[in-house]
Design a binder for this molecule. Structure first.
Ligand SMILES: [Zn+2]
Length: 195
């Protein structure tokens, strides 16, 4: 067993985030059981809990596909902050309700923090309550969709179609009166341009 204290800071941060996810899943299990008196304790399927997006400890699994904007990992590290790098290049996730754009509703557009490609318009942003910036639609052609089977779940990952940077996931529980989709996006993956 590796000692966390012996790891350097970025590794330690990833492990703490991973532990937070597991803790979240356990909480869900407890909530399911507590309200019913006398219920036999059973292990609930962990996939019932919609965890934050997958967290990767290494960039090894990044797509091999060629993008318009391609950089080496050391170039990305130079350009991005350590948190931005962890999310955009290592498919990490920011904590819910902490992101700069979670409750940001000004008029304008949102671009990829890594390559500046335009991704979302403010009129498609809505408050989903999930703790991450949510959009019911993306700029046409701006997003690449990747099947994500990590953590025992089948989800659709969203990455920037221009550079491959990880943005978040898209779910089918968005507003029914519009598209029915919810793009769940990390604030750290995007920047804002007011209009
Ligand atoms: Zn990009």
């Amino acid at each position: 067993m590796m000692s966390i204290t012996k790891l350097d800071m970025p590794e330690r941060k990833n492990i703490v985030l991973l532990a937070a996810d597991i803790w979240g899943m356990c909480l869900m299990t407890v909530r399911e059981i507590l309200p019913e008196k006398g219920t036999v304790l059973t292990v609930q399927p962990l996939i019932l809990f919609q965890m934050p997006n997958s967290i990767s400890l290494s960039p090894k699994k990044m797509q091999l596909k060629k993008y318009t904007v391609e950089k080496t990992e050391s170039e990305w590290k130079q350009q991005l902050s350590s948190d931005e790098y962890r999310i955009l290049r290592q498919k990490g996730t920011e904590y819910p309700h902490t992101g700069e754009f979670n409750l940001h509703f000004e008029q304008g557009s949102y671009h990829c923090k890594a390559c500046n490609a335009k991704l979302f318009e403010s009129q498609n942003k809505f408050e989903s309550g999930c703790g991450w910036p949510s959009f019911d639609q993306a700029v046409e052609g701006a997003i690449e969709y990747i099947r994500d089977t990590s953590y025992g779940m089948i989800r659709t990952e969203t990455v920037c179609a221009n550079c491959g940077g990880h943005l978040g996931h898209v779910f089918n529980d968005g507003p029914r009166e519009t598209t029915g989709q919810r793009y769940c996006i990390n604030s750290l993956s995007i920047g804002f341009d007011p209009s």
